[in-house]
Structure formats: C-alpha cells, structure tokens
Ligand binder design. Structure first.
Ligand SMILES: Cc1cc2nc3c(=O)[nH]c(=O)nc-3n(C[C@H](O)[C@H](O)[C@H](O)COP(=O)(O)OP(=O)(O)OC[C@H]3O[C@@H](n4cnc5c(N)ncnc54)[C@H](O)[C@@H]3O)c2cc1C
Length: 397
C-alpha cells in the first residue's frame, strides 16, 4: 500500500474527481482517489442517457488533459445552432456560432466518465481505490484525516471532495449548501426522426413541460436526444406508460418539428435539484465538481464548471510546497465562485421564468425572447457565456 500521508486524497471517482487527479498528476502532484463503487462501474460505465454539452473552454481542458483524443469520433456531435421557443408561438430566439465553427459539442456522459478513467489509469501519479467509501473526516490546520468504511484511516495535506451534488463529505466538513428542488424531473431518451436536425438544438418551453432536442450528428443526422422536463408526479406517471404510449405523447407534443419519431434507446430519468456550496474550501479541504456546484441542466454547465474548477485548483497548486496551503485554497474558492455564481443565479432565474405558468410570466417570457432576439449585443453576450468564452482566463496567484 503506497504511503498516502504526502499525497492529496480525492473523494469520488466521477468525471470531476478523476479529472482532478489527472490535472494534479500533470502538475507533478500525486493523489489517491477513493471511490465507493466497484472498479467495473468506472472502467465500463453504463449508458445513462445524458448527452453533455461541452463549452469551448471545457473541451480545451479535456484536450490539455490528453483525454479528448480517447473519444471515438462518433461520440462528438457538433452543436452549431440553437433555437428557443415559448409555447407554440412560431417566433424564437436563435443562436448561431457566428465566426466560430460550432457553439459547442455534445458527448455522451458515459464516454466522459470512461475517458477520465483511462486518463487516471495511465498516470503513475494517480492511484484509484475502489470500494473505498469515506465515512468520516477530521480537518485541522496541520492535516486532514479521513476514515473509510471498515475503519481504516488515511491522512493527507489536502482532501478534495468530488462526491456528487449530495456530497456527504461537504457536510462532514461543516459546509452547508443552498439546495433548490425544482419539483421537476427530466426524462431522457434517444429518438430517431424523419427530418434532419442540421446540428441544431431546439429548446421548447411549453405550458406544463419543456422539450429540448439535442442533435447527435456524430451518430446520425436523424438522431437526437430528447430531454423532457415535467413536474415529478407527471414524469413518474409517464414512466409507467408503455414505450408506444409515451412515444405517441411525444409525437403529439413535438409539433412536427422533426417529423415522424421512433425510439432509439431506453428512457432514463433524473430529479432536478440544484446545489451551491456555501464555501468551496475549508482548512486542508476543497470541493470540486457537483459537490461544489450542482447545476440545473438547462444551460448545460454542470460538468463544464467541474472542469473549470479542476483547471483552476490544479494551476494554483502546481509547484506549491504545501498543497493544503490555506491562502491557495482561499484563492481557488474565490475564483470558482466568481466564475460560477452569476451563471448559477442566471440559470435558476431562467428556470423560474420559463416554468411559471401564470399569464404575466408567459407574456414576460415572450417579451424576453423577442427583445433578446432583436439585440445582437445581448445575444452575443449570452452566447459567449453559454459557450464558455465569457471569461477564459483566470488569475492564478
Ligand atoms: C440530465 C442531466 C443533464 C446534464 N447535462 C449537462 C450538460 O449538458 N453539460 C454539462 O456540463 N453538465 C451536464 N450535466 C451535469 C453533469 O452530468 C455533472 O456535472 C457531472 O456528471 C458531475 O460529475 P462529478 O464527478 O462531480 O459527480 P458524480 O458523477 O456524481 O460522481 C461522484 C462520485 O463520488 C462517489 N462517492 C459519493 N460518495 C462517496 C463516498 N462517501 N466515498 C467515496 N466515493 C463516494 C460516487 O460513487 C460517484 O462515483 C447534466 C446532468 C444531468 C443530471
């Protein structure tokens, strides 16, 4: 067993925790990743229905980590345009990639998990211990100590928690979090359609539900991922329907935008809960990934924020004599908050506006879409934020 007392300990081998370990290794810092699940779930992650929209900055970070090239070409689908509709009104807010070749790329989540695992596997400075569930944590100015299920204790100069938006270690570190339960769930499913998607995403805010269509051009010009957002009780009811009955409902509500539809996969569902940690650092402790910021998926920022945090923290720790240095962790916390807080708040405001069924809200969103569509500078600003080109750099030290 390697001596972990000088290594950074990372809790959680999701895509954020594993990418953190890879980024630290590239900065010359050894780490051990502790993961509750068995190895097979990390090495061969199952398809989970999520198609992750990556910004230009998120993509660049994966390229720097040498992970991007592990993706098969078909797993990368270009996103070149997006249209946002309010109800059945024909007018829409239209975004295109302007001078850029694309707005971003869509990659299946199970592929992102897999390339993060492959990256960790080939770096000698990264150890991954599976079936190692963290149950207790003690933090002091001198060091961090954690306990695994079974009683084993490990000590380190720094513990980084990447153990999901419902992070238990965040709570053990005495850090609270804002939690926003939207009372809604998403049903995800791949669907083949008659008309080509032209690499265009459609976001349709209907009364009572939202339908987003994400184009999967890497696989086919006639394949998209449907992201259907519904009040949770309706989502549960729909999941009990047969596939035929559900497809008929989707067909009826798709307004023929993509022609005849056919299921191309199984349905997956997720409750929608956003979380934002009150602090991102404590003595000898930092939060990354969803454990720091768990986003509503409508603006597609969750994993991108995970990658921005990984890049920021690893750059700050590179070359530092003590990776648990309090000033560095404070700098990371402030920087990550500056990057994420405006978009977290903006995303929640968009969700509130577009899920409020009262007539004034419906009118207001029609107005917002019309005004935004006629104001190129505002559209350009939104596009820059959504594609990760808003604040590319950050001041490390
Ligand atoms: C429907 C949906 C659509 C999304 N779309 C987008 C998108 O378009 N763009 C985007 O950027 N993001 C998107 N996201 C967000 C993205 O999926 C997440 O941000 C990302 O998967 C989080 O990764 P993570 O590593 O932080 O957490 P997780 O993947 O949750 O990993 C946490 C890991 O920690 C382990 N763990 C937990 N507790 C312990 C413990 N005590 N001890 C040891 N191990 C532990 C778990 O087993 C797990 O492996 C979407 C999310 C959803 C639900």
């Amino acid at each position: 067993m390697p001596d972990t007392t000088q290594q950074v300990l990372i809790i959680g081998a999701g895509p954020a925790g594993l990418s953190m370990a890879c980024a630290l290794a590239d900065a010359g810092i050894a780490s051990t990743v502790l993961e509750a699940s068995p190895e097979a779930e990390l090495a061969e992650p199952r398809e989970d229905g999520r198609e992750i929209a990556l910004t230009h900055r998120g993509t660049a970070i994966l390229q720097d980590l040498q992970a991007w090239q592990d993706l098969p070409p078909e797993a990368i689908s270009p996103l070149r345009q997006a249209r946002v509709f309010n109800g059945t009104a024909p007018q829409c807010l239209h975004f295109d990639s302007g001078q850029a070749e694309r707005l971003g790329s869509l990659v299946p989540n199970h592929w992102l998990r897999r390339i993060a695992w492959l990256g960790a596997e080939r770096r000698p400075l990264v150890q991954v211990r599976t079936q190692a569930k963290v149950t207790a944590l003690e933090l002091s100015a001198a060091s961090a100590r954690l306990t695994l299920e079974g009683g084993e204790q490990l000590q380190a100069p720094l513990v980084i928690a990447a153990d999901s938006r419902f992070s238990a270690t965040r709570r053990l570190a005495g850090i609270g979090a804002e939690m926003r339960d939207f009372g809604r769930s998403v049903i995800l499913c791949r669907i083949e359609h008659e008309k080509p998607h032209e690499d265009q995403a459609l976001e349709c805010f209907h009364h009572g539900h939202t339908m987003a269509w994400l184009p999967l051009g890497g696989y086919s010009a006639q394949l998209s991922s449907l992201v259907l957002t519904l009040p949770t009780d309706l989502a549960q009811a729909q999941l009990a329907w047969s596939e035929e009955q559900w497809l008929a409902w989707v067909q009826q509500h798709s307004q023929g935008r993509l022609g005849r539809l056919k299921l191309a996969g199984s349905r997956h569902h997720y409750p929608l809960v956003a979380t934002y940690a009150h602090r991102f650092a404590a003595p000898r402790f930092a939060l990354v990934g969803d454990a720091a910021v768990g986003m509503h998926p409508v603006t597609a920022h969750g994993y991108n924020f995970g990658l921005y945090g990984v890049q920021c923290l690893a750059s700050l720790l590179a070359g530092a004599p003590d990776p648990g240095d309090a000033a560095l962790l404070t700098h990371y916390a402030a920087e990550h908050r500056r990057t994420t807080w405006p978009i977290y708040q903006g995303t929640n405001a968009v969700v509130r506006l577009f899920t409020d069924e009262r007539p004034p809200a419906r009118l207001l969103r029609q107005g917002v879409l019309a005004v935004a569509d006629r104001l190129p500078p505002l559209k350009a600003l939104i596009t820059r934020q959504l594609t990760g080109q808003g604040r590319i750099g950050f001041s490390a030290r």
